[in-house]
Design a protein around this ligand. Sequence first.
Ligand code: GLN
Length: 193
Amino acid sequence: MRIAVLALQGAFIEHEEMLRKLGVETFEIRQGDDWQQQKDGLVIPGGESTTQLKLLKDLRLLEPIREAIERGLPVFGTCAGLILLAKKVIDEDFDRISTMDITVCRNAYGRQTGSFYTEAPVKQIDKKIPMTFIRAPYIQSVEGKTEVLATVDRHIVAAREGNQLVTAFHPELNDDLSMHRFFIEQLCKGKTK
Ligand code: GLN
């Protein structure tokens, strides 16, 4: 099992550490050529989605990543990663990776004071998990086959559509490995792309 971690900006090292604790090999995508390596999944970290989008375009990674996800490559996007994967972002009418049938509200909790911690149950994991939100988005609605996995204060904060998993919070910033384990076991195992 080898997982690519998009390492252009944001909290990618923390994801690598979580995956290593699960015995999973990781490598970083920093430039176009890195994408050629064999991989069983991709993690898109939190950070700043506008910066990540610009770098993805500059490095000509946007199209190859979109195509790989459309062909079934498992992907886990957290926070900014969730925004990059959304087909619709409220009041922002431009393309990102845009592969997942969700409508997202960016900076939904406010820009400065919108960081908080809570614990909430996640469907299919069947327990409460720690959730750290940092200038987070939430999912306003899911479309198509997308399944809601978690809500906080009636806002959707985790969802899955087939090979795509997203959280509005940062599971890599707490000790609980459940979300990463779920990604590896439910989305990546049995796939070799
Ligand atoms: N507010 C950021 C954005 O819009 C996301 C924040 C995060 O990833 N922690 O890209």
